[in-house]
Design a protein around this ligand. Structure first.
Ligand code: ADP
Ligand code: SF4
Ligand code: MG
Length: 323
């Protein structure tokens, strides 16, 4: 199976008044073609930084200090400026939490959808036909009529469908969904999840789905990557990771409240202790201060331990954790 995206030991630093803050350290993950992979982690664990690094949109004070981001095998870290337009439009497209981030309030939906087809051939009528077809596919009633609507004339759920239609229309190699359901109520959330599943099935989209909802990830994704304090601590098939976690952090998240895998809770469960200071990362394992399994061995930073071919955790004691 080929990977659409492979991230290898990616580190990102921000310059801050307190010195360099290592927001991502040695982040690694694989996103196989045609799958939906979830990334879960609490606030501040580096999810937004990861997306910015993928899209080459880090702020002025941020930079990739180490590692590779491979899109269908090509390392795009440090891609020349002329590649960036392709990267952000053709290769990867993003659905944000707030659909207004990607919609222009002063242009009609039809105009915006024509604009993103700037490279495709065909007349205006032909482009409008394709737009309406995609709007129909994402479940907008009367898609032809909606082309003349402005974003404010649609409900929040409908706006998110339009944002997804626009992202899918570009036929990106990778569709990134950044907490796309967090601002929606539970019924709309279910509809958006079903829509993403359909897009994956029917169009074969590869989707990186960022969320702090364990339940949504369990339902939607085939694989999951768990992040803690800017590091990837566990990765594997959703069923294996959630039913038999190999990292104490994942285990704690699930133990705290197993119901969260069924109910769609708003936040990750709170676990005792606080995140380490990322400007002064502790030596050894990043989770050591909060870990019930810690031993002297954990003074050395753990590498990835493979539980099986597709499931690993960055922990010295995966066997004990899985007992
Ligand atoms: N522009 C920035 N300058 C300095 N530090 C930042 C900046 N953006 C994010 N950070 C820090 O990087 C870490 C990861 O943040 P972020 O990627 O926003 O996490 P998440 O999206 O998971 O909440 C946090 O400690 C945050 O304070
Ligand atoms: S390496 Fe040690 S401290 Fe870190 S998660 Fe595993 S048991 Fe806990
Ligand atoms: Mg964020």
């Amino acid at each position: 199976m080929t990977d659409t995206l492979t991230i290898e030991r990616l580190s990102v630093r921000y310059d801050t008044d307190k010195g360099p803050l290592e927001a991502l350290r040695d982040v690694s993950m694989n996103v196989p073609a045609g799958q939906i992979v979830g990334v879960v982690g609490e606030s501040g664990c580096g999810k937004s930084t990861l997306i910015s690094a993928l899209l080459h949109l880090l702020p002025e004070n941020g930079r990739v200090s180490h590692g590779a981001i491979r899109l269908e095998g090509d390392n795009i870290v440090g891609a020349p400026p002329r590649r960036l337009r392709d990267l952000r439009g053709r290769d990867m497209s993003v659905v944000f939490q707030d659909p207004m981030t990607s919609l222009n309030p002063v242009l009609s939906i039809g105009r915006q959808m024509r604009d993103i087809q700037y490279r495709d051939g065909g007349s205006r009528t032909e482009k409008d036909r394709r737009s309406a077809e995609m709007l129909g596919r994402v479940g907008l009633p009367d898609p032809d009529g909606k082309l003349s609507f402005y974003p404010h004339e649609l409900s929040g759920g409908m706006r998110q469908r339009v944002a997804i239609a626009m992202a899918a229309m570009m036929q990106p190699k990778l569709l990134i969904a950044d907490e796309p359901t967090t601002a929606l109520d539970a019924t709309l959330e279910v509809q958006i999840i079903e829509l993403l599943q359909e897009l994956q099935r029917e169009l074969g989209c590869t989707i990186l789905f960022i969320s702090h909802h364990l339940g949504v990830i369990a339902e939607l994704c085939e694989r999951v990557v768990v992040m803690y304090a800017g590091e990837t601590v566990e990765e594997g098939p959703v069923a294996d990771v959630f039913l038999n976690p190999a990292h104490p952090y994942t285990r704690k998240l699930i133990e705290c409240d197993p119901g969260r895998l069924k109910q769609r809770a708003e936040t990750l469960p709170a676990i005792a202790g606080s995140l380490p200071d990322l400007t002064d990362r502790p030596k050894g394992c990043i989770f050591r201060d909060r870990c019930d399994f810690a031993t002297d061995a954990c003074a050395d930073r753990p590498d990835r331990y493979f539980v099986d071919e597709t499931h690993w955790a960055a922990c010295h004691h995966t066997d004990e954790v899985r007992k």
